[in-house]
Design a protein around this ligand. Structure first.
Ligand code: HEC
Length: 426
């Protein structure tokens, strides 16, 4: 037996990524389609797109447009025909004009990110087809820390949509500096002076340095770039893009926390078995592995390392307004879905991803540790530099919101919280 497990082992026990049966929002919809509970409508141009977004509760306002040939259907993607991505808290949809298929990546509480396609031709019985090979070439690589996950990239793109790899590329998550974001993506919205790489199409052989992209800033109308009537909306909303950057990496870290814990425990049981020890005997290496994955996830969920917004930002599609209405909310109508958009993404910097099934179904050992550590941070017992971005008020607000919405959170997680902290004015 190898002395350590590496992430690529997700196709073996205990994860069995390819062979295990998924259970997620796509499989749920498929069974409703199979039993005739839901029928999909077919649009002459966009095929099943409109109908699927509705059936899967994905808002068209989340539309984010990418024109780099960096994904599956490269022949369909270029600046005049960008690929559209739509998403909600646990599902992402990729749509290309005249695409053969629509692409889906979905958070599966047991299997991390699971991939599907659906044929864009009209049929009696639309079928999601699970993909365990093709997609993983890009979606389970060093860019995703070798687990099946999401990739959001920023790079320089020419007029044909070809990425200019020699000029460099960046992974986008909430820690990515503004000036590195959105290369190859359309961006609609206002954000003051600071320049990003969105809306930039490089017309010279090399990328001019310093990069000149003043025309790409504070754009609210994309009609000079492509014909928006072929899409659900004319927007590629800046706030939607900022949420996308936050949550794609967040999902990857939840998957990592899930896999690491189960793999570590599985390894420990094998070891105990081989050495004739009692089942359940805990090894320090197991604890260390769980602690490390849990700390990475905790830092991300509490937005440690988030790059500050250079100026207040606004979008164009109404995504921000729709998103911030959501919740569970506390009595004062506070929720983790409220947005700041002045200096940071979230008004209360604790990710709403903790309400997703993927988080709620993390293994008990992971949730227990996460709950204990989150409580330590929020009650000021942990004063480390990592949490300096959280003011005393931030910590208090988040702590109160979590307690008030505890019915939406896992019991083992909340059991670690200091209830004494509930203040009278909540
Ligand atoms: C050649 C590499 C590549 C392959 C193969 C690939 N993708 Fe992607 N995918 C990307 C990149 C890069 C992005 C980020 C957006 C972009 O650049 O278009 C992405 C984004 C996505 C997204 C949006 C959010 C995310 O990152 O999960 C979905 C959904 C998606 N891909 C589904 C699929 C499915 C389904 C397959 C297989 C049928 C697949 N992809 C195959 C590279 C790839």
């Amino acid at each position: 037996m190898a002395s350590t497990l590496s992430a690529e082992d997700f196709d073996r026990e205990p994860i069995n990524y390819s062979k295990a049966t998924p259970a997620n929002s796509v499989t749920e919809l498929q069974s409703k389609l199979d039993t005739g509970k839901i029928k999909l409508g077919y649009h002459p141009e966009r095929g099943y797109l409109d109908s699927l977004l509705e059936a899967l509760s994905v808002s068209p306002k989340s539309q984010s447009l990418v024109y780099s040939k960096t994904s599956l259907q490269i022949a369909r993607i270029r600046p005049r025909t960008p690929r559209a991505i739509y998403f909600n808290d646990d599902l992402y949809v990729g749509y290309c004009q005249l695409g053969d298929v629509m692409e889906f990546s979905v958070a599966d509480p047991k299997l991390g990110t699971v991939f599907y396609t659906i044929d864009q031709r009209e049929t009696e019985q639309p079928q999601f087809v699970r993909q365990t090979d093709n997609c993983l070439i890009c979606h389970a690589s060093s860019r995703t820390d070798n687990i099946p996950g999401h990739v959001i990239r920023s790079l320089f793109v020419n007029a044909g949509g070809q990425p200019m790899f020699s000029a460099g590329s960046y992974i986008i998550d909430h820690s990515t500096e503004w000036e590195k974001r959105w290369g190859g993506w359309y961006v609609t919205g206002k954000h003051g002076e600071a320049q990003h790489l969105g809306n930039l199409i490089v017309r010279s052989r090399d990328v001019p340095r310093p990069v000149e992209n003043s025309a790409g800033q504070n754009v609210t109308d994309l009609t000079t770039f492509f014909r928006p009537e072929h899409y659900l909306s004319p927007h590629s909303d800046l706030v939607a893009l900022t949420v996308l950057a936050h949550q794609a990496k967040g999902h990857n870290l939840i998957t990592r926390a899930n896999f690491s814990t189960r793999q570590a425990l599985h390894y420990q049981e094998n070891l105990n078995n081989e050495l004739g020890e009692k089942p359940g005997l805990a090894w320090e290496s197991t604890t260390r592995r769980i602690a490390s994955a849990s700390e990475d996830l905790l830092e991300y969920l509490l937005c440690s390392g988030e790059a500050p917004l250079p100026a207040p930002i606004t979008g164009t599609s109404g995504y921000a307004e729709e998103f911030s209405q959501r919740g569970p909310k506390d009595k004062q109508a506070r929720s983790l879905y409220q947005l700041d958009l002045q200096t940071r993404l979230l008004k209360y910097p604790c990710s709403y991803l903790i309400y997703t099934d993927s988080f709620r179904q993390l293994p008990t050992n992971m949730l227990t540790r996460l709950g204990r550590r989150m409580n330590e941070v929020l009650t000021n017992q942990d004063k480390a530099e990592t949490w300096q971005h959280l003011s005393a008020e931030d910590r208090q607000h988040i702590h109160s919101i979590l307690l008030a919405t505890k019915d939406h959170l896992p019991e083992v997680f909340m059991a670690q919280f200091d209830l004494a902290e509930v203040s009278e004015n909540d």
